[in-house]
Each structure stands twice: as structure tokens, then as C-alpha cells.
Design a protein around this ligand. Sequence first.
Ligand code: HEC
Ligand code: HEC
Length: 214
Amino acid sequence: MLHKALAVIGLLALSMPALAGDPPPMRSVEITPEKAAQGAKLFQLCTPCHGTSGADRVPRAALLTAQSFLEAASDEMIITTIKGGRPGTAMAAWAGVLDRGQMESIVAYLRTQTKTEPAKLDESPLKGDGGEGAKLFMRSCVQCHNMRGGYREWGTGILRKPFLDTVTNGYLRYMIKNGKTGTAMQGFASGPLPELTLSDAQIEHVITFLRSLP
Ligand code: HEC
Ligand code: HEC
């Protein structure tokens, strides 16, 4: 009886298709000291903008050593960004300059510089209202994240398609809730002022608004 049940469960497991929209694995790059050392050298291509610490980077070059960023960003998200850059910003595409192995070594370097556990991202379907999200964005985000390329645009260009196409909803949920460690991007899960606090439902609205942008 038990055998039969186990066999059935086994068959079910085998025949179960991968769930649609399975999140990509958070960590795919194998980290070795050699890779990290190669990455440290290659990272000199990046330091003119990203700096070696939070303090010595140029404005708007994203902080790559931020704890919460490295928790939420998958290896593939980082590699895709290096490969394709962020058109419309100073972040160029490195695809013709660095090969995949070299990009992986930069990931290995970043992962050994700041050690983090991968975040458990909530990749469930969005359940927000874009109209509500637009209002919340105007209240809580636009003062820093201005509309595309506006003079007040500060930090990562989160309204741009190249950014939005690279990140999952789980990444956005995590970063909005927790903020980006060591930057002006505070976590909105509990803020000092009402306009700097968002409920889970409000965060869903804001992300739905971001996803509705052309
Ligand atoms: C000329 C300046 C410049 C150089 C050189 C540069 N970057 Fe960037 N990088 C930027 C800017 C600006 C952004 C923010 C783009 C945005 O607003 O989406 C960025 C964003 C990123 C991001 C996304 C981070 C996030 O929080 O979303 C990664 C990853 C990244 N860069 C990696 C690299 C790597 C690796 C190198 C070296 C191979 C490099 N960059 C070289 C300017 C630069
Ligand atoms: C006080 C200014 C400020 C406000 C207000 C603000 N942000 Fe940010 N945000 C930043 C800065 C600065 C960064 C990038 C930090 C860096 O890497 O240099 C950032 C980064 C982010 C990131 C991570 C992007 C990445 O990959 O680096 C997300 C997502 C984000 N903000 C969403 C929001 C949303 C949504 C709101 C409104 C609910 C908001 N922010 C309000 C300043 C702000």
C-alpha cells in the first residue's frame, strides 16, 4: 500500500511540468578564489564610475556593494545588466568587451566583497492598481526618481525599460520594502513619515504602475 502510494507520488513528481514563471535561481555562479581575484582586476574597468566604496562613485552610478542589493539581485540579473548595460544612462553594454566567464568573475568578486544570503523573494503575481500606484509614486517617489531623464532624477533610473526588463517583481518588492543599504533609498516598510511608509498593498500598486509604463 505504502509502496504503491510512494510510486504514485514519484510519478506525479516526474510528470509535473515546471511551474510557469518559475523564478530564476538566485545564485548560479560558482565562486572560487581564482575567479574572485580575476574579478577584482576586471572591476577596475568599473571603479571610475562605481567606485570602490559607497563614497567614491560618480552620481547615479548604482551602489554595487549594498547589502540589500546583493541579497535581492540574482547572479543572472547582474550578468544581464553588465551584458546589456542600461541604455539611456552612463551604464554601457559590456557584451563586446567582456565574455561570460569574465562577467561571472566580477560577480564572484562582488559576492566575496560583501557576503550575503540570497533573499527569499516573493514572486507571486502582482495584485495592484496602476492608477493608485501612480498617485503613490507622485507622493513618495517622484521627488528622487523623476520621470525619465528629468533633471531631478537621482539614483537608479527605475522608470526606464532596460531597468524594469531586468528585474523581477520579487526584486522590486524587496528593494522597496527594505531600501538600498547605504544609500538615500530607505525602506518603505516602516518609514519615519507617513509619506515614507507604504503598506504591502500600496507597494503592489506602485509596482503595478511601474509595470504599466510603456
Ligand atoms: C561610465 C560609468 C560606468 C561604468 C564605467 C560602469 N557603470 Fe555600471 N552603472 C552606471 C550607472 C550610471 C548605473 C545606473 C544605471 C541605472 O540608472 O539604471 C549603473 C548600473 C550598474 C548595475 C545595476 C545595479 C543596480 O542597482 O541596478 C550593475 C550591475 C553595474 N552597473 C555593473 C557594472 C560593472 C560590472 C561595470 C564594469 C565592467 C560597470 N558597471 C561600469 C555607470 C557605469
Ligand atoms: C530620498 C530619495 C528617494 C526616494 C524618496 C525614493 N528613492 Fe528609490 N532610490 C533612491 C536612490 C538614491 C537609489 C539608488 C541608490 C544607488 O544605488 O545609488 C534608489 C534605488 C531604488 C531601487 C533599487 C534600484 C536598483 O536596482 O538599484 C528601487 C526599486 C527604488 N529605488 C524604488 C523606489 C520607489 C518605488 C520609491 C517610492 C515608493 C522610491 N524608490 C523612493 C532614492 C530615493
